[in-house]
Every structure is written in structure tokens, then in C-alpha cells.
Design a protein. Structure first.
Length: 525
């Protein structure tokens, strides 16, 4: 006989008060809606249990999105809703390692001051053992999340589901889930990461998949977000773009359409922009130009949204699969990048990525330099610059030579620990070298070497290099030549490695202007 509402609530309260917590699927006698409540309650309690301890981690970031404790990877459901920016993220609240995925949640009024909110989704339904990545839309004042319900206990392991909320905090899963419960003929069992948007009067959904060795994004459309009709393959790898497309995201930028992807097993790239055109009559995307999103070691699963200023803003996961995650020893792992505005180059062929202007709100004390002539073997140019949470902007002019020049960051007193950010004139490459940055997050015993990030880039007018650098306690993000090239990397130096300098080898350069700001903490709680 089914328990009454009062009896069920009394049971849950009694068990909770006794310190006994039911697992999300531990009792089929408890109605599904109360199991759901219990799963979220349990997860929210777990994530705060060691928060004060985690906050003492020397690598804890000051202005990047992280979970309070536990694991975080892909950003999900980016949206501006009722005056607030919402960022959800893949989250395992019980340990600093990947596990059954939940959706963590933070909000901000300005994209830089963040506040934690309760976990939005937990795997608590019969059709899911994990709530995997997805997106969010505003459906007439109802924030609607789409996500992949993953379960290894069925033949079709990945299906697409939705959940709704009027307040943006408490979410209810749709009683008709999954909204897409069968694999289309053009997909493999890897079928995930629904990206939903509206074009004219129709809703569209891209889902990432792959078949016959080629990554694909398959397309659905709907008039009400609940009944979805399959339309076929909207875009496919040209044979060099990986065998499985994760996190597809299609959006307009200027006069072009852009497909943002995280392709699996693509040579020399983990994230790409494909500039092209989406034909809504044929429902096919045509490729024109392809570029890397971020040349650093620690960027994956970028997702975008458009805010009420008309900006296209992107956030990515600032880690990589295969890392040793040194912060796991402190009870947490993973972070997201600073929000970046995407712009189209003047010729319409390339996507530029720059920090959102709101990042300036974090600026505190400033140090400035002008017309510094940097020569080989000289040191001590930036004695007034120090710290572990900084923004640095510099314009450097190449005077002569074919060697390299750049910045030394997070240097120790004895110079043995440091990160190098430099331009190689002969190779026309910008390089971030982490070989002496501190604790390595890669396994040298297996032959892996992630110490260097490189990208081809030309100097402006063959002589100028413009840099904008965001340094947090365990990260460096570099924006080169107004976002033409971006590199995101995690570093794990000693907390006393706080010095900076300029260097030149085989060249002479002039730093026409350099500004450095100490940055404030962006967390409200």
C-alpha cells in the first residue's frame, strides 16, 4: 500500500535527524518525488561538509568558478535569466573525482561576483544514473534545462531530458522524460550534450554523436520543447575532425554562423570553431573556416550564450582529461575559465575571444611602466609587480633579432620556479612554458609532456605583440593580439612564487606600455 505524504515526509525527516541518509535509489518503497528531494538534500549537505577546509587550499582560485568542494567539469546551461547570469556545471559533490554527474549552480549579476546556489539536478530518476551536460533556454519566463540522462543499465545509454523552474533555483524534471528516448539512425550510442536554441518561431536542438569514424551533430526541432521531430545530420566531420563530437553549440556571430565543438580523437585540437552558414531551409550547416578555440592545455567543453547586451559569451572547463589534478589532495578539482566575449574578425573568417569588460571590476591597485628597453641578460624590470592574482596588459615592440622575448610569471625568489610566456620570432609562435611552474599535473613516466602550449601568430605590423594576461592562484589565461590566440593553463607553484619580470634572448625589444593590477576576490560566499 502506498505511503501517505505525511508518513513519507515523517520517514525522511526521522532518518535525516538520525543521521541516516537514503541513497537516491535505495528504496523503491519511497515515491519517486521524495527520493528526488532526498538526493538533492544529500548532495547539498555533502558539498558543504568540508568547505572551510577546502577554502584553505593554496591553489584555490580567487575569481574563477569552482564547486564548493568535490569535482567540476563541463559548464552547462549558461543563461541570463531575470537579471542574473546563471552558470551550471557538471559536478560530483562527494569526492574530488569524476562520479555520477549532478548539476552544480552559481549566479552573478555582473559575470565576476559569483554566489553559490543549491545543486540544481541530481541523478534520482529511474532513467538516469548521471545528469550529463546540456543547455538552458528561457521559455516565457520559465528557465528550461536540457541534459543527457546517462545510464549503463540500458541498451540506449544516453537519452535527452528536460527540467524546468520559474525561480531559477528549484528545478522539476519533466514527467514526460526522456523527451528524446530513442537513438536516431544517424547516431551511435554516444549521443549527448543537447544544445537548444530558438530561430524565428521554432526550437532547435543539436545533439553530439559520431558514426563510421566521423563526428556528427544531429538536429531536432520542436514547437513546444516537449515533442521533438528528428531532422537528420546537420553537420559532420570532414574526415579530420574527430570521431565523436561533444558539446556542439551553434550560434550566429555577425553575418556568419559558428559551430563550437569538442571533438574526440582529433589530431592537434580538442576544441574548434567552425565558421560557416546554417541553412534553416535545408537544415544543413556548411563549413568554411576552422580554428582552435584555445591553444592551452586546460580548455575543454566550451559553451556560449547571448546576454541582453547582444554579446555572445563563452565559458569553458579549465582543466583537461588525464590531468593528475593536484588539488584533489585538498578536496576539490576543476574550475571554469573567465567569461569571454566572442567577436568576428573584420574579414569574417575568424572568431576572436576577449575577456568580458566586467573583469575590470576586479581591478585593485595598479602599477604602470612605459618605454622599457629589454636586452638580453638584464633582469629586474618589474620589481613593483608581485602577487598570485593579477591582470597584466602589455604592448611590446620588436626592435631587432630573431630570438624570443616575453614575460616571466610566478617566479620564486631563487628563480628555479617560474612560468614563461614568450614569443618566438623565428618560429612565429607564442609559447607558454610550464616545465618549471611547480607541481606537474602530467605523468612524465608515461612519456606524456604537457609542459608547453604553442600557437602560430604574427606580430602586428611585423613588430608589435599585445598581451592581456589573467593570473589566478593556480591558473594563467593569455589573450594574444586582441584575442586572435588564447591559451588557458593550470599551474601549481609554491605560494611564495609571486615575482614577475621581462626577458629577451637573441632580440632587443621595447615594452611601450605595461599595466598590472592586483585583482580582488570575486566570491560572495
Amino acid at each position: 500500500m502506498k505511503k501517505s505524504l505525511f508518513a513519507t515526509l515523517f520517514l525522511l525527516v526521522s532518518l535525516s535527524a538520525s543521521g541516516i541518509v537514503l541513497a537516491a535509489d535505495s528504496s523503491t518503497d519511497v515515491p519517486q518525488e521524495y527520493r528526488a528531494y532526498n538526493a538533492l538534500d544529500k548532495a547539498n549537505k555533502a558539498v558543504w561538509a568540508d568547505y572551510e577546509k577546502v577554502r584553505q587550499s593554496p591553489f584555490r582560485l580567487n575569481y574563477h568558478i569552482m564547486a564548493p568542494t568535490g569535482w567540476i567539469n563541463d559548464p552547462n546551461g549558461l543563461i541570463q535569466f531575470k537579471g542574473q547570469y546563471h552558470v551550471f556545471y557538471q559536478h560530483y559533490p562527494y569526492a574530488p573525482y569524476w562520479g555520477p554527474m549532478h548539476w552544480g549552480h552559481v549566479v552573478s549579476k555582473d559575470l565576476v561576483h559569483w554566489q553559490y546556489k543549491p545543486i540544481a539536478l541530481a541523478p534520482d530518476q529511474d532513467y538516469e544514473s548521471g545528469c550529463w551536460s546540456g543547455s538552458a533556454v528561457d521559455d516565457n519566463g520559465v528557465i528550461t534545462l536540457f541534459y543527457t540522462a546517462h545510464s549503463d543499465n540500458r541498451t540506449t545509454k544516453e537519452l535527452q531530458c528536460m527540467a524546468t523552474s520559474s525561480d531559477g533555483i528549484t528545478f522539476k524534471k519533466y514527467e514526460g522524460n526522456p523527451v528524446i528516448r530513442e537513438l536516431p539512425p544517424d547516431a551511435s550510442t554516444d549521443f549527448r550534450d543537447p544544445s537548444v536554441w530558438k530561430h524565428e518561431n521554432m526550437w532547435y536542438m543539436l545533439v553530439g554523436t559520431g558514426k563510421d569514424g566521423k563526428g556528427r551533430a544531429v538536429l531536432y526541432r520542436s514547437t513546444d520543447l516537449r515533442q521533438w521531430d528528428y531532422q537528420g545530420v546537420a553537420a559532420e566531420s570532414n574526415g579530420t575532425q574527430g570521431d565523436m563530437w561533444e558539446c556542439p553549440n551553434l550560434f550566429s556571430l555577425g553575418e556568419k554562423d559558428v559551430l563550437l565543438l569538442s571533438p574526440m580523437n582529433m589530431k592537434d585540437a580538442k576544441n574548434i570553431f567552425i565558421v560557416g552558414n546554417m541553412n534553416y531551409q535545408t537544415e544543413k550547416f556548411t563549413q568554411q573556416n576552422v580554428q582552435q578555440v584555445d591553444y592551452g592545455q586546460d580548455f575543454y567543453a566550451g559553451q556560449t550564450f547571448q546576454d541582453n547586451k547582444g554579446r555572445r559569451i563563452m565559458i569553458g572547463w579549465m582543466n583537461r582529461w588525464g590531468s593528475k589534478f593536484p588539488t584533489a589532495n585538498d578536496g576539490w578539482a576543476g574550475a571554469l575559465t573567465v567569461p569571454r566575449e566572442l567577436k568576428l574578425s573584420k574579414d569574417g573568417s575568424k572568431v576572436l575571444s576577449v575577456p568580458v569588460e566586467e573583469m575590470q571590476k576586479l581591478r585593485d591597485t595598479q602599477v604602470s611602466y612605459k618605454n622599457l628597453n629589454v636586452s638580453e641578460g638584464q633582469k629586474g624590470y618589474l620589481k613593483k609587480v608581485n602577487g598570485d592574482s593579477l591582470e597584466i596588459k602589455a604592448r611590446i615592440k620588436l626592435l631587432k633579432g630573431n630570438g624570443r622575448f616575453g614575460l616571466i610569471a610566478r617566479e620564486s625568489d631563487d628563480g628555479k620556479e617560474k612560468t614563461l610566456l614568450y614569443y618566438d620570432v623565428g618560429k612565429r609562435e607564442f609559447v607558454v612554458d610550464r616545465s618549471e611552474s611547480g607541481i606537474n599535473d602530467w605523468n612524465k613516466e608515461t612519456g606524456e609532456d604537457y609542459s608547453q602550449s604553442r600557437a602560430k601568430v604574427d606580430l602586428k605590423d611585423d613588430r608589435y605583440l599585445d598581451l592581456q594576461i589573467f593570473i589566478d592562484r593556480s591558473s594563467i589565461e593569455v589573450f594574444v593580439n586582441d584575442g586572435e590566440v588564447v591559451m588557458s593553463n593550470r599551474i601549481y607553484p609554491n605560494s611564495t612564487s609571486i615575482h614577475y619580470d621581462l626577458f629577451a634572448e637573441g632580440v632587443s625589444v621595447q615594452v611601450e606600455k605595461l599595466q598590472a593590477w592586483k585583482l580582488l576576490n570575486g566570491w560572495i560566499n
